[in-house]
Ligand binder design. Structure first.
Ligand SMILES: Nc1ncnc2c1ncn2[C@@H]1O[C@H](COP(=O)(O)OP(=O)(O)O)[C@@H](O)[C@H]1O
Ligand SMILES: [Mg+2]
Length: 373
């Protein structure tokens, strides 16, 4: 191997290490932001629902922006986390929309118009959502770079279309296109035509796509620019999808259940209590795990809603206690670590319902409804 390639690989390794340190830091910050965002989102939803505000349109702006912040940090977190879990069934249109949102700033900055033209069906594929985001983001970034080399503004089109048992995704730009002599080489690792390029984006992307049984190709457009095409096998939709439920569905909740709510954040327990009491539940709330066990010994609760990470007695301890002593009690686990695979695995192994923070009022209602039925 020549020294140029070795130097490149070393630089890439150092960069990977840096990214992973940054990823951990970021995950910590995001985790801390989840509680305040859940509070802002939840209480503004409640105020809007109850009509208690003089200026509802302004409050709606606050609510919508909190919701947008949630999506941004969740997207970043998904991307930053190393994904060592098994691939999951994901909605590819959803991946495209999320990635587009993540790239929105870059797109706007370069005066580019982004056009999504997604299949009406929501095709599911077996993949890591973080990796899918990475592939799409690589293609969008390349498209932006290609456009800004030749013009002051441009257009990127992303489309998805179902063809038999496969989904075809195309990313088209009106940039400078690919020189015919470069065409056979662009998927090679370290092949780059950019002064500061790594030449790894496309190579990695195609590897990810092939690992899940797909293929990736490229061609130049007739007029200008290039089109990248990804084809992936669709998986049959085996998991029953949950019907969307709005705040109006609160009435449908079976009333008169008793719920114990435990979270070290006072605002969160208050929010959950307000929502559940509104629909006739009896609730107790605590900000500490230890007295929760005492309370469960004294009272019978139908449902336990608890945070996973609490100082002292954790959510996991409470669940272990309940599994031994209160076998009929349903549990809803809350956690801000959306993309942590160990949390997901834990919840799945024990069949525990799981709600990731930040959640909206309707997501909370839906989760409790699923528990009660
Ligand atoms: N949308 C595109 N339009 C024109 N050329 C592209 C496009 N995407 C990729 N390329 C070419 O392929 C090369 C390799 O891309 P990539 O693997 O992402 O590495 P990098 O972006 O670091 O150069 C780029 O340097 C560029 O020459
Ligand atoms: Mg690139």
């Amino acid at each position: 191997m020549n020294t140029f390639v070795m130097d490149q690989q070393r630089a890439q390794l150092i960069q990977t290490e840096k990214m992973s340190a940054a990823g951990n830091l970021l995950a910590g910050i995001v985790h801390e932001l989840n509680n305040p965002l859940t509070t802002i989102l939840g209480f503004s939803e409640l105020l809007l629902r109850d009509g208690k505000v003089s200026d509802a349109p302004r409050l709606e702006k606050i609510r919508a922006e909190a919701e947008r912040s949630v999506r941004i940090i969740q997207n970043v977190l998904r991307l930053a986390r190393a994904d060592d879990s098994a691939p999951q069934i994901i909605d590819i249109n959803e991946s495209i929309r999320r990635t587009a949102e993540l790239a929105q700033y870059q797109i706007r900055l370069n005066r580019i118009e982004l056009d999504l033209n997604l299949s009406e069906r929501s095709p599911k594929v077996l993949a890591h959502s973080g990796e899918m985001t990475q592939v799409l983001l690589n293609l969008i970034t390349n498209a932006i770079q290609s456009i800004s080399m030749v013009r002051a503004s441009g257009k990127i089109q992303i489309s998805s279309v179902v063809i038999g048992d496969r989904i075809r995704i195309t990313v088209t730009d009106d940039g400078r296109g690919i020189r015919p002599s470069d065409m056979p080489r662009i998927f090679e690792s370290f092949f780059t035509t950019k002064p500061t390029g790594t030449g790894l984006g496309l190579n990695l992307s195609r590897r990810i796509v092939r690992e899940i049984g797909g293929e990736m190709s490229v061609s130049n457009n007739k007029a200008c620019g290039a089109t990248f095409t990804i084809e992936l096998p669709i998986v049959a939709n085996t998991v029953g999808e949950n019907a969307e439920c709005s705040i109006d569905d609160l009435d449908l909740l079976p009333p008169d259940r008793s719920v114990l709510i435990v979270d070290d954040e006072d605002h969160i327990t208050e929010l959950i209590e307000t929502v559940l009491r509104d629909c006739g539940y009896r609730t107790d709330r605590l900000n500490d795990g230890a007295p929760a066990i005492e309370l469960m010994q004294r009272n019978q609760y139908d449902i336990l809603i608890c945070d996973l990470h609490m100082p002292g007695v954790s959510g996991r301890d409470l669940i272990e206690w309940a599994r031994v002593n209160r076998q009929n009690m349903r549990v809803l686990l809350l956690s801000g670590d959306v993309a942590r695979t160990d949390v997901n695995d834990y919840a799945r192994t024990y069949g525990i319902h799981f709600l990731s923070k930040p959640f909206s009022v309707s997501e909370l209602t839906k989760a409790v409804q699923r528990l009660s039925s």
